[in-house]
Design a protein around this ligand. Structure first.
Ligand code: ZN
Length: 415
């Protein structure tokens, strides 16, 4: 393909992807029901339900604006060859091809992040605040931003440097070494995330002795789950939305509970939520998930190795000769349809896993408190209860609440 044809193809992919997402958003908005589903009459007060409909509208409108803005910007940058201009401008300042590439991505990241700051501010301090979710102060917002940049420079810069070195050193064969490096990096992150990254943003305190801790430990012991430590994280510093997760591997597993979750749920409900998470480990979802992402990464890197030294790609983006960083950008855009498809596949697997974890919690603990915990979580975060099936198919990593409740009904003991 000539560079002009490639440019048209890339712009075409950006636009098709945009309209595909818009169509799904539109269907999803249309499928919002003003009537409250029967199953939730006991917990969703009518005025809260009306509020959830307004929240969905506000978020959809906002995402319509931001994606329209960012898509227009991308298309204009492509059409005017601005990626190529940036590349040429930087080449006057950097003689080392590696530093040139790193600087290119640095500028790209910084500019696109700064352009999106007004949207982030509006989302947090106007929309989330209006619906009572936001607990962040401007001070925390900017501190987060700074720490985020620092992490990008250290982790992103470090990993980027290694990957670029592999490309320059090993040429087309780089992909196999890159796969090893990326896999090692993500293993490292999954082991040390809670102890290294999380404390930069949040305060973690061990769960106080008491009934809740005893109940969690008793359950973990009964199902032979190697629980190392239980932490409470100050999620309330930023948002009233609640969450819980596990981290760690092998014999040392940590549970992290949001303070906002503990505040709203009973002990029984909290143990049920954790039983669900334990189910993910027991059913090997975490291990299998990692294996799948390694395979996915291998395919991505291999396809990249076929394109990374194609001069026409750089020229499509406005350069006069081959540049590795321009080809990486072109590749990222060209690869969108494939990553969309793998994303859908991953979501399908994830939704199946959620049902399995619900079943595990229901059989080893109790479906009733898990059902009420999930209902509370949905109501508190004003979740959309009637998403469009097509939207769910593409975007949902978890089955919609009503499907999960119905599935758990099967495990209820007859009275
Ligand atoms: Zn889950």
């Amino acid at each position: 393909m000539s560079s002009v044809q490639l440019l048209y193809l890339i712009i075409g992919i950006v636009l098709v992807d945009y309209f595909f997402d818009q169509l799904l958003d539109f269907l999803n908005m249309k499928s919002a029901k003003s009537k409250l589903p029967e199953e939730l009459k006991d917990i969703y007060p009518p005025e809260e339900y009306a509020k959830s409909q307004r929240y969905l509208k506000a978020r959809s409108k906002f995402s319509f604006l931001t994606t329209a803005f960012n898509t227009t910007l991308t298309v204009l940058i492509l059409a005017f060859g601005l990626f190529g201009d940036l590349h040429i401008w930087l080449s006057a300042h950097f003689t080392s091809p590696m530093l040139h590439s790193l600087a290119f991505f640095g500028v790209l990241f910084l500019v696109s992040d700064i352009i999106n700051i007004p949207f982030e501010l509006y989302s947090t301090f106007v929309i989330e605040a209006k619906f009572g979710f936001n607990k962040t102060s401007l001070k925390t917002f900017w501190a987060d931003k700074l720490k985020g940049y620092l992490l990008v420079v250290i982790l992103g810069g470090g990993l980027g440097y290694v990957l670029l070195w592999l490309i320059f050193e090993w040429q087309e064969q780089f992909w196999i070494y890159a796969l090893i490096v990326i896999t090692a990096f993500s293993l490292f992150m999954s082991v040390f995330y809670t102890s290294l990254i999380l404390p930069l943003f949040n305060k973690l305190t061990p769960l106080a002795e008491g009934e809740l801790k005893d109940k969690i430990n008793a359950y973990a012991e009964r199902v032979k789950f190697p629980l190392d430590n239980i932490f409470v994280i100050d999620g309330s510093k930023r948002s009233s939305k609640a969450n819980a997760f596990f981290s760690g591997m092998g014999k040392k597993k940590k549970i992290v509970l949001y303070d906002t979750l503990i505040e709203k749920q009973s002990d029984d409900e909290l143990v049920a939520v954790l039983a669900h998470e334990v189910g993910h480990f027991k059913k090997k979802h975490v291990m299998v998930g990692m294996a799948i992402s390694v395979v996915q990464m291998a395919i991505t890197l291999y396809v990249l190795s076929l394109l990374i030294f194609n001069e026409n790609l750089s020229m499509a983006l406005g350069a006069e000769d081959l540049s590795v960083h321009l080809n990486l950008v072109a590749f990222a855009l060209l690869y969108t349809p494939i990553s969309k498809l793998t994303g859908i596949l991953m979501n399908m697997i994830s939704r199946k896993n959620e049902f399995e974890a619900d079943a595990y919690a229901s059989t080893t603990y109790n479906p009733v408190p898990l059902q009420s915990a999930l209902k509370k979580l949905s109501v508190d975060s004003l979740n959309n209860l009637t998403p469009h099936p097509a939207y769910v198919f593409v975007n949902y990593s978890h089955p919609p609440l009503l499907e999960r409740l119905k599935h758990m009904d099967k495990f209820k003991k007859p009275e």
